[in-house]
Ligand binder design. Structure first.
Ligand SMILES: [Zn+2]
Length: 132
């Protein structure tokens, strides 16, 4: 069989919107969706925070550990709150270019999450034993 691929026909069928369903998402003005690539970076930095010295290139010691944690927590705070904001605004009804409702919520959620990282109990082999 030597069937011809009719791109225009397939494209036309895929572009038909029969009803308001969840398959399509039309972005609001300047809305950005969550980035899988940025979420991966956030997870990498969180690993450095939870298991200091195991995943980073920096030389850690007792003198620079607090600075190292602060820098990484700030990195995660900025990036994670942005990604949470994008996720919240994905479905919110605000038509404002800068949605203040989601902005407040994303900061609160990020703070709650990052405060919980300090509650992780590690055993002598640096394994997480609980995460409240
Ligand atoms: Zn919003």
């Amino acid at each position: 069989m030597n069937k011809k691929f009719d791109i225009a026909k397939v494209c036309e069928k895929l572009s038909v919107i029969e009803s308001d369903n969840d398959v399509f998402h039309f972005s609001k003005k300047n809305e950005k969706t969550p980035s899988v690539q940025r979420l991966k970076i956030i997870v990498d930095v969180l690993r450095e925070i939870i298991f200091p010295g195991y995943f980073a290139d920096e030389h850690l010691n007792r003198d620079n550990l607090s600075y190292y944690m602060g820098v990484n927590l700030d990195k995660v705070f900025q990036a994670l709150s942005e990604e949470i904001n994008r996720g919240l605004c994905f479905n919110c009804s605000s038509q404002n270019e800068q949605c203040t409702y989601c902005l407040d919520d994303c900061r609160d959620l990020t703070i709650q999450f990052l405060e919980k990282t300090s509650q992780i109990e590690r055993n002598s082999k640096n394994r997480c034993t609980s995460f409240i």
